[in-house]
Design a protein around this ligand. Structure first.
Ligand SMILES: *[C@@H]1O[C@H](CO)[C@@H](O)[C@H](O)[C@H]1NC(C)=O
Ligand SMILES: *[C@@H]1O[C@H](CO)[C@@H](O)[C@H](O)[C@H]1NC(C)=O
Ligand SMILES: *[C@@H]1O[C@H](CO)[C@@H](O)[C@H](O)[C@H]1NC(C)=O
Ligand SMILES: *[C@@H]1O[C@H](CO)[C@@H](O)[C@H](O)[C@H]1NC(C)=O
Ligand SMILES: *[C@@H]1O[C@H](CO)[C@@H](O)[C@H](O)[C@H]1NC(C)=O
Length: 412
C-alpha cells in the first residue's frame, strides 16, 4: 500500500516533461544535491474514532524507504478517507512517533517477541523517548528538512545484525474532540473527563495528585461528551511524507538527540568515573499561578534541566515540542550561550494548520553549520516556559536536535 499525493505526481509529471523537452538545455552541473532528493508519501493503517474517543496504537513494520539512505525530512498529518487534512478541532493529534527496530528474519506472523529496539542518541534511556522523529499538533507548521550535505543515516547493512531486518514502527495518539464537553480538558487528558480509575501508565489506582496526562487517556479511552451528542465513526490515517537521498560518501551523518525537561538525572561517582542514570517522565503538570507568582511578565512557569552530552559536534537543526500554553523552549550551552530558542505559533482560524487556540507550529533553528559547536561532555540546559494563568496537565517540554560530529571536508 503506497500512496503518492497528486501534487507529487503533478510535479513528477512536470519534471518528466521538462526532461523530455529540454534535455539539450540542461547543464550537467544540475546533477548534485537537491536533484537527487527522493520523496514518497505513505499512509498508516486505518485509525477509527468516534466522538470523544482516543486511539493510541503502535503500528509495526510500517512502510518506509528501504536501503542504505539518508533521511532529509519527515512530515506527517492526519487525513480522512479522501485524503483531506483533518483540523485539530475535530481530531487532536496528541503525538506521533517513529521508532526503529530490528527483527529476526526467521519469525512467522511478524512475531515481535525478539525484536531489538534501536533508540536515538538520547539522552533518555531504555524505551523512553527513543524515537527518530515525532511531533504532535504542531506537525503541519514545523520544518523538519535537514540541509545538505547532512542526513540521518539508516539501513546501513554493517549496523544491522546478521539474520535481522531493519524495520519501523509508528505510534499515533489521536483524540476525537467532536461533541466533547471540554475540548482543552480532553486534549490535556484531564482525568476527571475520562472515566478512568487506573493510571494507564503505571497500572495502579489513580492518585488524587495526578490530574491529567497519558495515564488518563489510553487507547480506547472516552472523553465526556455533551449530553445527547451523536456523531458518526471517522476513519483517518496518518499520512507521512519522507524525503531522502541515497547514501554516498558526500553525505554527512547527524546524530539525533532528544532532551526532556522532566529528566532529573542521577549522577553517581565511582572509581571508574561517573555514571548517569536519566529519569525522563515525558510529561508534567503546570500548576496555575497564584497572585504572588505574577510579576511583570505575567503568569509564567519555567522548568529547567541540565544534562551532559557525551560526544560533542556541530548543531545542524533544532526544534522544541510543547503543548497548548507554550511560550518557548530554549536550549543553552554550558557558558550560557543560546543554542536554540523555539517558539510556538498559535492558530487564528478554523482551517487545518491554523486552528485557533492550538499550537500549530514550532519555530526551528538552523544555525550556520560550524557556528555552534558542543564540546565533549558539555552540560546543556533546557528551559521550558509555559503560560500558567490556568493549570495545564500532561504538558511536554522536549528539545530535538541534530548534531554532526564532523563537517564536510571542504569546510575544514
Ligand atoms: C530464528 O533464528 C534464531 C537464531 O538462529 C534462533 O535462535 C530462533 O529460535 C529462530 N526462531 C524461529 C522462530 O525460528
Ligand atoms: C512469538 O515467539 C515466541 C518465541 O520466540 C513464542 O513464545 C510466542 O508464542 C510467539 N507468539 C506468537 C503470537 O506466535
Ligand atoms: C464508567 O465506567 C464504568 C465502569 O467501567 C461504567 O459502568 C460506566 O457506565 C462508565 N460511565 C460512563 C459515563 O461512560
Ligand atoms: C518573573 O518572571 C520572570 C520570567 O519572565 C522570571 O525569570 C522571574 O524569576 C520572575 N520573578 C519572580 C519574583 O517570580
Ligand atoms: C497567558 O494567557 C492569558 C490568557 O490567555 C493571557 O491573558 C496572558 O497574556 C498570557 N500570558 C503570557 C505571558 O503569555
Amino acid at each position: 500500500m503506497r500512496f503518492l499525493s497528486q501534487d507529487w505526481m503533478l510535479s513528477w509529471a512536470i519534471l518528466v516533461l521538462v526532461l523530455v523537452s529540454c534535455t539539450p538545455c540542461l547543464s550537467a552541473t544540475n546533477r548534485n544535491t537537491k536533484n537527487n532528493v527522493k520523496s514518497a508519501v505513505f499512509m498508516s493503517p486505518k485509525i477509527e474514532l468516534s466522538p470523544g474517543s482516543i486511539s493510541n496504537k503502535f503500528y509495526y513494520d510500517v512502510e518506509f524507504p528501504r536501503g542504505h539512505i539518508a533521511l532529509k525530512s519527515f512530515n506527517a498529518e492526519l487525513v480522512d478517507e479522501s485524503g483531506n487534512s483533518v483540523p485539530l478541532q475535530e481530531t487532536y493529534l496528541h503525538h506521533w512517533i517513529v521508532l526503529k527496530y530490528q527483527q529476526p528474519k526467521n519469525v512467522t506472523n511478524n512475531n515481535q517477541t525478539d525484536i531489538i529496539m534501536v533508540r536515538n542518541n538520547g539522552l533518555c534511556q531504555d524505551d523512553i523517548l527513543g524515537q527518530y522523529y515525532g511531533l504532535g499538533a504542531e506537525t503541519r507548521g514545523t520544518d523538519t528538512y535537514i540541509p545538505d550535505p547532512y542526513g540521518v543515516e539508516i539501513g546501513n547493512p554493517s549496523q544491522i545484525p546478521k539474520g535481522y531486518d531493519e524495520k519501523w514502527m509508528i505510534n499515533v495518539h489521536a483524540i476525537d474532540t467532536r461533541g466533547v464537553e471540554d475540548i482543552m480538558g480532553c486534549i490535556e487528558c484531564k482525568c476527571d473527563l475520562y472515566n478512568v480509575t487506573i493510571n494507564a501508565l503505571t497500572g495502579k489506582p489513580l492518585s488524587p495528585n495526578y490530574k491529567g496526562g497519558l495515564g488518563c487517556c489510553p487507547d480506547n479511552g472516552q472523553c465526556r461528551l455533551r449530553k445527547g451528542f451523536l456523531g458518526t465513526k471517522h476513519v483517518l490515517y496518518l499520512k507521512y511524507t519522507i524525503m531522502w537521498v541515497d547514501w554516498d560518501d558526500f553525505v554527512v551523518p547527524v546524530k539525533i538527540y532528544l532532551l526532556d525537561v522532566t529528566d532529573d538525572l542521577k549522577i553517581s561517582y565511582n572509581p571508574n568515573g561517573m555514571s548517569i542514570k536519566h529519569n525522563c517522565k515525558v510529561e508534567y503538570q503546570v500548576k496555575p499561578c497564584t497572585k504572588s507568582h505574577v510579576n511583570g511578565s505575567g503568569c509564567v512557569n519555567i522548568k529547567r534541566t541540565s544534562v551532559p552530552i557525551k560526544t560533542g559536534g556541530y548543531i545542524i537543526y533544532s526544534a522544541g515540542h510543547q503543548h497548548v500554553g507554550a511560550i518557548r523552549s530554549t536550549l543553552c550551552g554550558q557558558d550560557g550561550r543560546v543554542i536554540c530558542n523555539s517558539v510556538p505559533k498559535y492558530g487564528t482560524g478554523m482551517e487545518a494548520e491554523n486552528e485557533k487556540g492550538y499550537v500549530v507550529g514550532m519555530s526551528t533553528c538552523y544555525p550556520k553549520p560550524g557556528s555552534i559547536k558542543l564540546f565533549d561532555g558539555e552540560i546543556l540546559t533546557l528551559a521550558i516556559v509555559y503560560n500558567n494563568s490556568i493549570m495545564h496537565t500532561g504538558v511536554m517540554g522536549h528539545m530535538y536536535f541534530l548534531v554532526a560530529e564532523k563537517l564536510p571536508h571542504h569546510h575544514m
